[in-house]
Design a protein around this ligand. Structure first.
Ligand code: AMP
Length: 503
């Protein structure tokens, strides 16, 4: 039997001497060198006892070796569980306990804190640092440069990506070889990727956007990637003349627009700029076109479904819309109460069905049954509407998700952390417009009567409890929260009241 993803993504270019990864220090790695590195990592996983179906959890910095670890998981049939580098050890504890990986990989700095977590859960701990060094690399260096891929069908798991949890508990979305493959083929075709393309890659690789949308479209076509450790305006401006495409979150584009060096001349060799993971302000879309002559291409997707819709490559790209359903993907808008499909112009919950849709939440059959219908439609929780032209508009998020700089924050998790602090009676966490991040997190807190804790004390107390991107940018103390007749906190009222707090 073949290995669905290896055969499509890695095998075709494994002998090519064309550059695959261009690094910002000027070095480059060919497809062949990358394939050899991946084979050595696959050998290392096998030496550590990892077998097909085992999970490999990785909280690692962005580097070529981290991508090789992804490729090694595909080859060995292991299931990669990438973890946000901002997560604290207490957050990692939950993911490792839930995913039960055979191997945990982290940077040397996190190893003391994570070794106990790995041990408690019966996993081996290996290190992989931002410079590619570490005990996993040392083990890989002792392995052969070729590896016979494990047989894997399209229904076998390739990765588990954790989403933010509405009740503070994240859910592991199970993505198969077939899910990732279908999206890689569809997007590379729709967005016309080929081996001549050079993609600017400044996204993190623990999230679906940077790992699957960006990397897989390049792998499947043999394109090359300018692989940046993080988003940096200077580095992107420097790379632009050598690139043809870029993928980013809206914040990337607003920050580039703040720089006078972004001009038509600078971008004349580019053919495509893609935006997603958060709403792209129509104003940014227009300003980008006015400055560069390029119309940003906005697309819509999520961890559980990969990509669902995209503005067209050749046809009209409308500001404020996320475009048309991808070929082979069904998108419908339904009544949130009844699940009945709604017509054009009506607002409801967006549902998606297709080969891109995940196979459920890891070890959470009840959650899976709540969100994945028996007929295959996934209830996204996003609210949207189709316009007369068939373009989808996203109007809000049913679950009050906050997206700050492309990262998802569920208010409930921050509220739970705040309410566990001494002196806090209750809290409401909301997102308000932020000039740089799209949305910023703020917390409205009712202190317990007679307590002295100030906003700064509460902010300090949250520092080691929550990843930085989840920590409120402002904490406001109030006497009481607005509530409706049913006793529910009216977050819409708070959003209106504090709309300008971060602008
Ligand atoms: P994630 O699972 O982290 O990729 O987050 C998925 C969520 O991001 C979706 O459910 C949407 O709420 C939001 N999202 C992704 N792309 C867009 C977009 N182009 N416009 C508006 N929201 C988006």
């Amino acid at each position: 039997m073949s290995n669905a993803l290896y055969d499509a993504l890695f095998a075709p270019h494994a002998k090519s001497d064309a550059v695959f990864l261009r690094l910002t220090d000027g070095d480059g790695l060919s497809h062949r060198s990358f394939a050899e590195m991946a084979a050595r990592f696959a050998g290392a996983l096998t030496a550590d006892g990892v077998k097909a179906g085992d999970r490999v959890a990785a909280q690692v910095d962005k580097c070529p070796e981290a991508l090789a670890l992804y490729a090694a998981c595909i080859q060995t049939g292991a299931v990669l569980v990438p973890l946000n580098t901002a997560y604290t050890p207490s957050e990692i504890d939950y993911f490792v306990g839930n995913a039960e990986p055979r191997l945990v990989v982290c940077g040397q700095a996190a190893a003391p804190a994570l070794s106990a977590i790995a041990e408690t859960n019966g996993a081996t701990l290996r290190t992989l640092n931002a410079d590619g060094s570490g005990s996993l690399r040392a083990l890989a260096d002792a392995q052969a440069s070729a590896f016979d891929p494990a047989p894997r069908s399209t229904d076998d798991l390739a990765a588990i990506l954790y989403t933010s949890g509405t009740t503070g508990r994240s859910k592991g979305a199970m993505l198969t070889h077939g899910n990732l493959l279908s999206n890689a083929l569809t997007l590379s075709d729709l967005w016309r990727f080929d081996a001549e393309d050079v993609l600017i890659h400044a996204l993190p690789i623990f999230h679906t956007h940077g790992l699957f949308v960006a990397v897989n479209t390049c792998l499947v076509t043999g394109a090359s990637i300018i692989f940046m450790p993080r988003f940096d305006v200077d580095a992107i401006i420097k790379a632009m003349p050598d690139a043809t495409t870029m993928m980013g979150v809206p914040t990337f584009y607003t920050r580039l627009l703040d720089d006078a060096r972004l001009t038509k001349d600078l971008t004349k060799g580019m053919r495509l700029f893609v935006s997603g993971s958060a709403p792209l302000p129509a104003e940014t879309h227009r300003a980008f076109e006015a400055r560069t002559g390029h119309r940003l291409l906005e697309r819509y997707g999520m961890t559980e479904t990969n990509m669902n819709t995209s503005n067209p490559y050749d046809g009209d790209r409308f500001a404020g819309t996320v475009g048309l359903p991808l070929p082979g993907v069904e998108v419908r808008v339904t009544d949130p109460a009844t699940g009945t499909p709604l017509g054009k112009g009506e607002i409801g919950v967006i549902e998606v069905r297709g080969p891109n849709v995940f196979h459920g939440y890891w070890r959470m059959p009840d959650k899976t049954a709540e969100e994945l219908r028996a007929n295959g439609f996934f209830i996204t929780g996003d609210l949207g509407t189709f316009d007369e032209r068939g373009y989808l508009h996203i109007v809000g998020r049913q679950k009050d998700l906050i997206i700050s700089g492309g990262f998802n924050i569920y208010p409930k998790e921050v509220e739970t952390a705040l309410e566990a602090l001494p002196g806090v009676d209750e809290s409401a966490v909301i997102g308000v417009p932020h000039p740089d991040f799209g949305e910023g997190v703020i917390a409205i807190v009712v202190p317990e009567a007679g307590t002295q804790a100030g906003a700064d004390d509460l902010a300090d107390a949250l520092k080691d409890k929550l990843a930085r991107f989840k920590q409120p940018k402002r904490i406001v103390l109030v006497d009481e929260l607005p509530r409706n007749a049913m006793g529910k906190v009216q977050k819409n009222v708070l959003r209106e009241q504090f709309v300008g707090l971060l602008s």
